[in-house]
Design a protein around this ligand. Structure first.
Ligand SMILES: [Zn+2]
Length: 108
């Protein structure tokens, strides 16, 4: 996972496990799907949370843009973002839709 992120070029520094976990837990595009035991070396095992893309909200690749948290948007995406009247989050809302994709899929 970390090497994938680093190679994507979107990180200036490699996030460590705990900052990565904090980042994932805050992102509504990601769902916690369980735990797994990971070998931490020297015979030690540590429990890690397993994350996956939340398929209740994200069904195709373009959905990523419309569910993206404001803080992770690029400058041009931020200009397109408006406040969703339902959840009050700043998001890019699809043409002619009144609510953001998250509200429509989750029925908030
Ligand atoms: Zn919304």
């Amino acid at each position: 996972m970390q090497s994938i992120l680093l190679n994507s070029g979107e990180f200036r520094t490699l996030p460590n496990d705990s900052s990565l976990t904090a980042m994932l837990a805050k992102n509504l595009q990601i769902a916690q799907v369980g735990h797994e035991m990971v070998d931490a070396g020297e015979g030690l095992k540590t429990k890690q949370t397993v994350y996956a893309i939340d398929d209740e909200i994200i069904r195709e690749k373009q959905d990523l843009l419309f569910t993206r948290p404001f803080s992770t948007m690029s400058a041009s995406e931020k200009q397109r973002a408006t406040v969703c009247p339902s959840c009050r989050q700043k998001r890019i809302i699809k043409d002619r839709w009144s609510d953001c994709l998250v509200c429509r899929r989750r029925g908030l």
